[in-house]
Design a protein around this ligand. Structure first.
Ligand code: ADP
Length: 671
């Protein structure tokens, strides 16, 4: 292969990964071309690139998945190569082939290797022939329910149903009881067809208490193939990783050697080139099994970069340019320890449902040796329903695991993301959990400890409400002194009252106040007054920073304001405080129940008709949001009185979908 030198690369992606690839291009002196959908016209990746091409409307299938438009964009700008990032077209062999056909280099493996690994069933078959251990399972062509059921029984429950064309944990279902098989197979098939256009399913023995450990490999066009050691990715929700680290605390040097050598065997079996990841499941017995090869850069690649000192994107580009690998296996060393946490716009206490909204404030912790933030957002970014809700990744490294953990936790405490619900506190709780700290965790960690991880300190509600009360008081004082008029949003001036009414965490708080003469206020809310006799205060509206001293200890709060809502965050916690209820409760629960949309989405299926009797827990509606299915269930027994939506309808959070005349009372319906 003749060596080339790219001058311009198009990045067929968005968000943090597009920016991350562009940074390396810049460092190498390579010009960058961004592509963007209508929803991303002002996105950070577009502004960072040297050139940018609009490729279509917001839905990915019309933009980031549109092969023709992307290749056309590369040709119009004269880009010689395309980096696909992860997700979108990164594992699409047809795209890689279309690039080659257009004379554009695809920065990734050969289309043939992608095709072989693209279907999990084919990948399993190839690897078992190559002598790589695979999980006992069924990857046959006969997809009839009868055959799948018989095979599941032969494998022995629990089994894991996977979409052969799947990725990102989508279309996966664990089945522990035979009676659940039919429903689970149907749901997995539907999700697989919807998400991947291919409903082929695969069954695997579900290994309880397993760990997910993967090995980074890199191959060039000169027959060199090396591994860059492992990444431990067992901290997952919905079979999707959220915290990753290297080295894995689970591997002895001997097991590490075996695992890495097996990854090389797997890579050789498909003559792998460029960057790829061989994923394994490690059973509690110490046996490990191949699960799949990801033929692209992984989200979690930075942990490998931090301990090897290598830039994986640079290596990918050099390999695509036809250069021989600049490193030999013996040059690759694991130095220290690195951990990554993925910050998502989602609600951990509500099934990790993706969240949407405007990111009013975004502030990364001050740069610190060994702390890296790969973000795809900035203040005022709109988080919509069209794309993956990953906002940023934070990665910390240190000489040892304890240092890396401590740095990452501290970094997350000092990351400000206001306006959209995120998993920041959930990540902090996970990193501080004794089991994670000990290193002896497995893929069930989040499910097992969910209650502890989502716990909120109810005592803090009043504190956050008080901070907002103070903020409003100080603001009105400051504005009265400086401005000749009160701004429009303060028309309903609450400050003439001796108290301010606020809501947070589903509770109402009436906070009364008294000016103490020295510029501070004494606050009172029910029994709470004793704990905050004196409060001092600094306000810097531009920064949205409020420092409150309670009983002599100052704490810092970040605050962002949007209409009647205040988004607040302290180092350890966050709240949304409102001046009035946002969604009025529709009815008294005793007579009437409604199922509301918990988030923006599209109605996929209505499972009930008007007049139908339902019991508490019966499924009413299947919603699809961000490519995930959500089943809305009745919270009470009753009769369906109205179905207010039809399949295909787009719904907003709080929209009523189904009304039920209740037979007995219970709380509002949920997911
Ligand atoms: P995807 O491509 O959708 O990410 P994977 O096959 O990589 O799917 O599996 C995702 C996760 O599901 C793994 O990281 C692991 O936690 C879990 N998993 C996969 N296969 C098994 C199995 N056979 N037994 C137990 N857990 C599994």
């Amino acid at each position: 292969m003749t060596e080339r030198h790219f001058k311009k690369i198009l990045i067929a992606n968005r968000g943090e990964i597009a920016l991350r690839v562009m940074r390396t291009c810049r460092a190498m002196g390579i010009s960058t071309v961004a592509v963007y959908s209508a929803a991303d016209a002002r996105a950070p990746h577009v502004r960072f690139a040297d050139e940018a091409v609009h490729i279509g409307p917001a839905p990915s299938k019309d933009s980031y998945l549109n092969i023709e438009r992307i290749i056309d964009a590369a040709q119009r700008t004269g880009a010689e190569a395309i980096h696909p990032g992860y997700g979108f077209l990164s594992e699409n062999a047809d795209f890689a082939q279309a690039c080659e056909a257009a004379g554009i280099t695809f920065i990734g493996p050969a289309p043939d290797a992608m095709r072989k690994m693209g279907l999990k069933s084919t990948a399993r078959q190839i690897m078992s022939v190559a002598g790589v251990p695979v999980v006992p399972g069924y990857d046959g062509e006969d997809q009839s329910f009868e055959v799948l059921r018989e095979r599941a029984k032969a494998i022995g429950l629990p089994v894991l149903i996977k979409a052969s064309a799947g990725g990102g944990g989508k279309g996966m279902r664990v089945v522990r009881y035979e009676r659940e098989l039919e429903d689970s197979i149907e749901a997995a098939r539907r999700e697989a067809e919807k998400a991947f256009g291919d409903g082929t399913l695969l069954l695997e023995k579900y290994i309880d208490c397993a760990r997910h450990i993967e090995v980074q490999i890199l191959g060039d066009h000169h027959g060199n193939l090396v591994h860059l050691f492992e990444r431990e990715c067992s901290i997952q929700r919905r079979h999707q990783k959220i915290i990753e680290e290297t080295p894995s605390p689970a591997l002895s040097p001997e097991l590490r050697k075996q695992l890495c050598e097996t990854a090389i065997t797997a890579g050789r079996a498909i003559e792998y080139t460029n960057a790829g990841t061989v994923e394994f499941i490690l059973a509690p017995s110490g046996e490990f099994y191949f699960i799949e090869v990801n033929t692209r850069l992984q989200v979690e690649h930075p942990v490998t970069e931090m301990i090897t000192g290598l830039d994986l994107v640079r290596l990918q580009i050099e390999i695509a340019e036809g250069k021989p690998l600049a490193i030999a296996q013996e040059d690759v060393k694991q130095n220290g320890h690195a951990i990554e946490a993925r910050l998502y716009a989602e609600d951990p206490s509500n099934g990790f449902l993706p969240a949407t909204g405007t990111l009013h404030e975004w502030d990364e912790p001050a740069s610190n040796d060994g702390l890296r933030v790969d973000a795809g957002v900035e203040a005022s970014t709109e988080i919509g329903i069209h794309y993956d809700p990953l906002l940023a990744k934070m990665i910390a490294c240190g000489l040892d695991r304890e240092t890396a953990l401590r740095k990452l936790t501290y970094g997350l405490r000092n990351l400000v993301a206001l306006g959209v619900q995120t998993n920041r506190e959930f990540l902090i709780h996970a990193l501080e959990h004794a089991e994670l700290q000990s290193g002896s965790y497995h893929t069930g960690f989040i499910e097992e400890h969910l209650d502890e991880l989502i716990a909120k300190d109810a005592d803090e509600d009043v504190l956050f409400a008080s901070v907002v009360a103070l903020y409003l008081l100080k603001l009105s004082q400051a504005e009265a002194a400086v401005l000749p008029h009160v701004p429009a949003n303060y028309r309903n001036n609450p400050f003439r009252d001796p108290s301010i009414k606020l809501q947070t965490g589903g509770e109402a708080f009436e906070i009364s106040y008294r000016a103490a003469g020295d510029g501070s206020f004494a606050l009172k809310c029910g029994d709470w007054q004793a704990s905050a006799p004196l409060v001092s205060f600094e306000l810097s509206r531009e920064l949205g920073t409020v420092r409150v001293a309670i009983d002599g200890v100052q704490r810092m709060f970040r605050i962002a304001e949007a209409s009647d809502q205040f988004f607040l965050q302290s180092q350890s916690s966050s709240r949304v405080v409102t001046r009035s209820p946002r969604y009025p409760r529709a009815h008294s629960a005793s007579e009437h129940e409604s199922a509301y949309a918990p988030m923006p989405g599209q109605v996929l299926k209505i499972l009930v008709v008007v007049g139908q009797q339902v019991s508490a827990g019966d499924a009413l509606v299947i919603l699809e949001a961000m490519k995930m299915e959500q089943t809305l269930r009745a919270s009470t027994a009753g009769v369906v009185e109205a179905v207010l939506v039809k399949p295909g309808d787009v719904v907003a959070p709080g929209d009523t979908l189904v009304e039920i005349a209740a037979i007995s009372s219970s709380p509002i319906a949920g997911v």
